[in-house]
Design a protein around this ligand. Structure first.
Ligand code: ATP
Length: 254
């Protein structure tokens, strides 16, 4: 169930790479507990949109407001690590886990990285940390593989491990770039269930090309084209939109 409280609002965000506008006055807002898909043809600006939110690229103009309690934080004023500690988690397309370490050790490292001076001062017992790692393992379905070397995991399992690592930082908003790319059908299905669980107390934005995957959710879909917002709606609604068909066909023909 989508709540109406808005956690993120991007207004007229423009990003330019040496004069080429990858985003042009893009508007985007996200509610608490929402799972949102960002779709559009190649080069539409989807990844750049995630980059602008997490601070990997700096918008030339526009604002990215993160609404936390009573406060509105303009993320464009913060550096990438500052944005991460505010509660925005980003997962890139390729899994980046420490192959030579075990699944458990990867999660342990992620948990330790989260600790700032404040949490070190109030460091909880080891037992509580272990519980949190156990919880992350359970959530991403790797409880039976805690002792495995991450390098021995399947592609899908590596992706889940990385999601588990990001979740240990307790982000309020999770940004995922093509999470099911390269996954088997079974892994894709499991990832769908994982997303449903993640949004119980967080919001998630997923850049996705796999329309069959997107179609199984009743979520809102944002369609981008040439760096701007083309339309939004359910997958069924946007599929009926002629402009959407045109931009996809145009790309296929071109
Ligand atoms: N660092 C960069 N320098 C120059 N141009 C870039 C850079 N990053 C992205 N672009 C360009 O910006 C446009 C948008 O790219 P982006 O990766 O955001 O699109 P996308 O919708 O995610 O595409 P895809 O679905 O193919 O991943 C593209 O034309 C791309 O070539």
């Amino acid at each position: 169930m989508i709540e109406s409280r808005i956690v993120l609002s991007c207004r007229k965000v423009s990003v330019s790479f040496d004069g080429f506008y990858a985003l042009r006055e893009m508007d985007f807002s996200l509610a608490h507990g929402e799972l949102r898909f960002l779709i559009g043809p190649n080069g539409a600006g989807k990844t750049t949109m995630l980059d602008a939110i997490c601070g990997k690229v700096k918008p030339k103009s526009g604002s990215v407001l993160f609404h936390q309690g009573e406060a509105d934080i303009d993320l464009t004023r913060l550096k990438e690590h500052g944005i991460a500690s505010c509660g925005i988690g980003r997962k890139f397309q390729a899994p980046s886990v420490f192959a030579a370490l075990t699944v458990w050790e990867n999660l342990e490292i992620a948990l330790k990285q989260k600790r700032d001076v404040f949490s070190l001062l109030f460091a909880k017992l080891e037992a509580e940390q272990r519980e949190r790692i156990d919880e992350a393992l359970r959530m991403v379905g790797l409880a039976g593989k805690a002792g495995w070397k991450a390098g021995a995991l399947s592609h899908g399992e590596k992706q889940w491990l990385e999601i588990g690592m990001i979740l240990l930082a307790e982000p309020q908003v999770l940004l995922l770039d093509e999470p099911v790319a390269g996954m088997t059908d079974e892994e894709t299905e499991k990832t769908g269930r994982l997303l449903q669980e993640i949004i119980k107390n967080r919001s998630v934005v997923v850049v996705e090309h796999d329309m069959d995957f997107v179609r199984q959710f009743s979520s809102k879909v944002t369609v981008m084209h040439e760096g701007t917002l083309l339309t939004e709606g359910t997958m069924a609604e946007v599929q009926r939109d002629e402009r959407v068909a045109e931009v996809y066909l145009g790309k296929m023909a071109g």
